[in-house]
Design a protein around this ligand. Structure first.
Ligand code: ADP
Ligand code: MG
Length: 282
């Protein structure tokens, strides 16, 4: 786990996306999914990519995952250019039904570890550790079809964290859940982060979810996906949802994403201590 005490000064971001332009082949030439997108994720960040459908969030996440290559620009993780998938970047998708149904919950968590060469003893220990952390200690021997959507989401998160990635990539992981379960999962993710301080890149189209889950939010506009603004949101958590400040922030983001002025761009740079000195919500 990339647990890092806060007093450690970070001189380099963990992930640096610079001028990332991504295109897909299309019948009439190409579709530009993102245009010159730049951002930096520091260790311990809960960095959110937020924007409406089609703004290239999933595309960016897949590029960070190493599944697609940018047409221009660069993606660098821990000083090394990304050009293929690797165990340092684990993706949690919203389709939890990808859990093989013939394996128990613990076997599901152990499977990618064993496939990656981890010993059975170590894989078993890590699976038990993370399943306990996500509150599924009692369900280790259950089969996926017996679990609720929220429980499957927790298995997927435990499986990803057991891999000890440098960065956890989450693409709308809670979008398919009912509202109450979704809220609960946001809460649990927050609690897990408080404990383990992993780094995550989290994709959502929900402004509220972005404010609750993230400490920094990159706002993207669609066709092609471009950076509209970057904001700090560390001051918000589940308990601030509904407060006047939260409402103001929600309105401001809505305005930045959909406001009449169109091209307004607020984009700053993180300082050396890894504290984003960006356009801060006020
Ligand atoms: P988001 O996740 O923000 O909804 P996507 O990254 O899925 O956005 O898509 C960004 C743009 O790229 C959209 O215009 C979408 O239609 C296009 N796109 C995504 N995947 C493909 C693909 N495999 N082939 C062609 N176009 C694609
Ligand atoms: Mg998407």
């Amino acid at each position: 786990m990339n647990v890092l005490p806060f007093q450690v000064i970070q001189n380099e971001p963990l992930l640096r996306a610079h001028g990332v332009t991504i295109e897909y082949p299309a019948p009439q030439g190409t579709v530009r999914a993102t245009h010159e997108v730049s951002f930096e994720v520091w260790r311990g960040d809960r960095f959110v990519l937020l924007g409406p459908s089609g703004c290239g969030k999933s595309t960016l996440l897949k590029a960070v995952g190493g599944f697609i290559a940018p047409r221009a620009g660069s993606l660098v993780l821990d000083g090394k250019p990304i050009h293929k998938p690797g165990p340092d970047r684990i993706v949690v998708f919203q389709e939890f039904d990808q859990l093989p149904p013939w394996k128990t919950v613990r076997q599901n968590v152990m499977f990618p570890l064993l496939a990656g060469g981890t010993s059975r003893k170590e894989a078993d220990a890590r699976a038990r550790h993370w399943l306990a952390k996500v509150g599924l200690g009692r369900f280790e021997d259950a089969y996926p079809h017996t679990l609720s959507g929220g429980m499957k989401a927790r298995v997927a998160i435990a499986r990803a964290l057991a891999m000890q990635p440098e960065i956890l990539l989450m693409d709308e992981p809670f979008a398919a859940l009912d509202a109450l379960t979704r809220r609960r999962m946001q809460e649990e993710l927050q609690a897990l982060w408080e404990e383990a301080r992993f780094t995550m890149l989290f994709v959502t189209h929900s402004i509220e979810e972005a404010l609750v889950v993230g400490n920094r939010i990159l706002l993207l506009s669609p066709h092609p996906g471009r950076v509209r603004a970057e904001i700090n949101s560390h001051q918000f958590g589940l308990h601030s949802a509904g407060s006047p400040e939260f409402q103001t922030a929600t309105n401001r983001i809505h305005h930045l994403l959909f406001g009449p002025e169109g091209g307004a761009v607020e984009h700053g740079h993180a300082n050396d201590a890894g504290v984003a000195a960006k356009a801060v919500l006020s």
